[in-house]
Design a protein around this ligand. Structure first.
Ligand code: 13P
Length: 237
């Protein structure tokens, strides 16, 4: 399964390095079978020791190799560190940074052309959730506009906006219902994200269609993130 941490706007270069080192040590000592992803801030990217199953990825990039986009990070800057996995479509970028679906699709095409793993995030806000499953699914399908769902390095993260950073995870039934419906049209692995923590990761990973998690807040603690990886190793699917 994929157990991913999204650092968002947290950790410095120094503290991220220490975190990554601790996770690497834990994963190699326990011989964990999880595919661990750590989406660090740009300033913390580096060439880290290669530990099987662990990849440090980028939370964002501008869809250009290099050029004149003041303040942005192009692919050349990611390639310097061998970045092989990127987040695209996170709700914070859609809603706070106002990224449009067409811009998100441009980023997707760009990353796909570079053959990197794409963790593509989708999720509905609270007002859509209240309208029921049909409204939720049509909202989610719109987030696939311009996206090649057959890309073989695609991973999808379903992260309901109302569950992100609120401590209020979606119910297991809600997760199962959405992931099962997504599975009808998608063959990519499906992750869940939104207030995943040590206390609920086991039951979430036991949802049949769920192949991993994307964790924010609760992963910003080395011990807790290691514990989540350990719990994932006990879940047999
Ligand atoms: P939280 O785990 O803090 O809810 O964040 C989830 C998320 O946005 C991961 O990308």
């Amino acid at each position: 399964m994929i157990i991913a941490s999204n650092f968002k706007t947290n950790y410095t270069r120094g503290s991220a390095k220490a975190f990554i080192k601790e996770i690497q040590t834990f994963v190699s000592h326990t011989k964990s079978e999880q595919n661990v992803r750590i989406f660090a801030p740009f300033t913390a990217l580096d060439r880290f020791d290669e530990i099987q199953n662990i990849k440090v990825g980028a939370q964002n990039f501008y869809p250009i190799q290099s050029g004149s986009y003041t303040g942005e990070i192009g692919f050349e800057q990611l390639e310097e560190f061998g970045i092989d996995t990127v987040l695209i479509g996170h709700s914070e970028r859609r809603h706070i940074l106002k990224e449009s679906q067409s811009f998100i699709a441009a980023k997707y095409d760009f990353a796909k052309a570079r053959e990197v793993e794409i963790v593509y995030c989708i999720g509905e806000p609270q007002e859509i959730r209240m309208q029921g499953i049909d409204a939720i699914m049509s909202y989610l399908w719109e987030q696939f506009e311009g996206i090649d769902i057959h890309y073989d390095r695609l991973v999808i993260a379903y992260e309901p906006v109302w569950a992100i950073g609120t401590g209020l995870s979606a119910s297991l039934e809600d997760i199962e219902e959405v992931l099962t419906r997504l599975q009808e049209k998608l063959s990519a692995p499906l992750l869940y994200g939104g207030s995943v923590k040590v206390e609920n990761i086991e039951s979430i990973l036991n949802v049949k269609a769920c192949e991993g998690v994307l964790v924010g807040t609760a992963s910003w603690n080395e011990k807790a993130f290691c514990e989540m990886i350990r719990i994932a190793d006990t879940v047999k699917k």
